[in-house]
Design a protein around this ligand. Structure first.
Ligand code: C2O
Ligand code: CU
Ligand code: CU
Length: 530
């Protein structure tokens, strides 16, 4: 089946990296040329799956507003077992459960506090991916939560409605902890989104779709011994922790919040009959207007909200077709770029409620202007390095002034896939190579796929939160790469200030005494945050 994008033809851009350079790079980082070639055959599950399991919908996290006016959530990272297949008990981790975590919901302007408890036997952290917040609350590798300890970050929601997510971020063990099941959604709402005609009944016509690939061993345990360069590639797909899921659709338009929560796999999501869907939002919120398309590529960490129209009584599948990785055919094959996956079956009821005339004009996005940018930086990803350096917890790589608008040029110098994520800020894409961004890169983003040899020009405005010592992270969101050191640190400081010294992991442990603030009265209201 040939599926062309309606308004964003995929460009295939030849890599500009010469073989000599590539050889040197691979030698330098101790890799064999295509580590994914050993055994990583092409996976095609199209028409092979019996969709027998109703899609699990992560529960909405309970919350209560305390005396300080903070909406307080509680998350406990814990070990358990999960039956993805009846009778087969897989060792898994989750928040407040055995796999994944509840969905947090908060309004723009609201103060939130999350009491995070670590009931695991190893250190973890919890990072609020996509959130604009003070560095100390960000949950990066410095905010270690020791086994048995608690951490209670609090911050104010200062950004538009969006599909954000949370996951662990400990240095070196992020891939493992996410694979075990630690991840959840953090949905933001605001008046602008609420004023639009869009499906927004959680679990009814507004559906979280957290997609993760996994491989099970013969004992039903997660295993990740087959890897591409990008990292562990699974041969089965979980949606919200459900294998072979189907969704009963009861409305003529359904909103899917697609989240690539996989460690490494890049998807190209579309519908099995090639019908188009409307993209309405990306990582950081709504687009300016709906963008019809038939496929959207999402690399790890990226999100997309899409509207899918269904007819009464029909069945259509969400699939991932071979994503264009922008690499050579050989590199694509060994990095899951030829894989085709059935993801989920949508089963429309015989009678569908009407969503009405859904909005097509969405958010009012102010384009950031290069003329306002005071600083330009460039980042080159190569091997497991960013600008030729591996992550060093004690080194601040970049110092940004509060409120500054900056242009960042990012390029992937390898002939293999990487992506790029910036903490605490949403950026706009100015250019992809020499082209203006396609529709799916026209809104707010915090993570972007990097085709080899293509320069991505990003523009972002940093917030007013400053901390010369506590850094935010920049990294490749392919979790094996991140764990291998493909990460850098930046601080945001007052104009004129210089970077300080990052806390050691030990200093970063928040003493339990700080929790007093957060465990305050839950009397004012108890609801589910929506
Ligand atoms: Cu979703 Cu620094 O990560
Ligand atoms: Cu992040
Ligand atoms: Cu990478």
């Amino acid at each position: 089946m040939i599926r062309a994008r309606i308004n964003t033809p995929r460009r295939r851009i030849a890599t500009i990296v010469s073989g000599v350079v590539v050889g040197a790079v691979l030698l330098a980082i101790g890799l064999t040329a295509c580590s994914g070639d050993n055994g990583a055959g092409v996976i095609n599950t199209v028409d092979t799956i019996d969709f027998v399991n109703p899609l699990a919908i992560p529960p909405l996290a309970e919350s209560a507003v305390n005396a300080a006016g903070e909406r307080v959530f509680n998350l406990t990272a814990q070990a358990g077992t999960t039956e993805f297949t009846p009778g087969v008990h897989t060792d898994t981790w989750g928040y407040n459960g055995s796999f994944l975590g509840p969905t947090l919901v908060a309004q723009r302007g609201e103060k939130v506090r999350i009491n995070v408890k670590n009931d695991l036997d190893e250190v973890t952290t919890v990072h609020w991916h996509g959130m604009n917040l003070p560095a100390e609350m960000d949950g990066g590798p410095h905010q270690v939560v020791e086994p048995g300890a608690e951490w209670s970050p609090n911050f104010t929601i200062e950004q538009p409605a969006a599909t954000l997510w949370y996951h662990p971020h400990p240095v070196g063990t992020t891939e493992h902890q996410v694979e075990m099941g630690l991840a959840g959604l953090f949905l933001l709402q605001d008046d602008e989104e609420a004023a639009l005609t869009l499906p927004r009944s959680y679990g009814v016509d507004d559906i979280p779709v957290v997609v993760q690939d996994r491989r099970f061993d013969t004992n039903g345990q997660f295993t990740s011994n087959v890897r591409g360069y990008i990292g562990a590639i699974g041969n089965e797909v979980l949606v919200n922790g459900t294998l072979a899921p189907y969704l009963d659709v009861t409305t003529d338009v359904v909103r899917l919040r697609l989240v690539n929560a996989s460690a490494a796999r890049i998807y190209d999501f579309g519908l099995s009959d090639g019908r188009s869907f409307d993209l309405i939002a990306t990582d950081g919120g709504l687009l300016g207007e709906t963008a019809p398309m038939t496929g959207i590529r999402l690399s790890p960490g990226e999100r997309a909200e899409v509207l899918v129209r269904v007819a009464p009584g029909e069945t259509v599948k969400l699939q991932s077709t071979a994503p264009d990785l922008g690499t050579s055919a050989k590199a694509s094959t060994s990095n899951a770029g030829d894989d085709r996956l059935d993801v989920m079956e949508l089963r429309a009821a015989d009678q569908l409620d009407s969503a009405g005339e859904v909005s097509t004009t969405l958010a009012n996005i102010n384009p950031l202007s290069k003329a306002d940018a005071s600083v330009e930086r460039s980042f080159t990803l190569n091997g497991y390095t960013i600008n030729n350096r591996l992550m060093d917890m004690t080194r601040i790589d970049e110092t940004v002034q509060a409120g500054a608008t900056e242009v960042w040029t990012v390029d992937n110098a390898m002939p293999l896939p990487h992506n790029f994520h910036v903490h605490a800020v949403q950026f706009q894409v100015l250019r992809v190579g020499t082209e203006p961004p396609p529709a799916e890169l026209s809104g707010w983003k915090d993570t972007i796929y990097l085709e080899p040899g293509v320069r991505y020009e990003l523009i972002m405005q940093f917030s007013e939160y400053t901390d010369p010592d506590f850094p935010y992270m920049i990294h490749c969101h392919m979790l094996a790469h991140e764990d291998a050191g493909m990460m850098a640190q930046f601080v945001v400081v007052q104009p004129g200030d210089t970077a300080g010294t990052p806390p050691t992991a030990h200093d970063a442990i928040v003493p339990k005494s700080n929790l007093a603030l957060g465990s305050g009265p839950r009397a004012l209201s108890v609801d589910h945050g929506h």
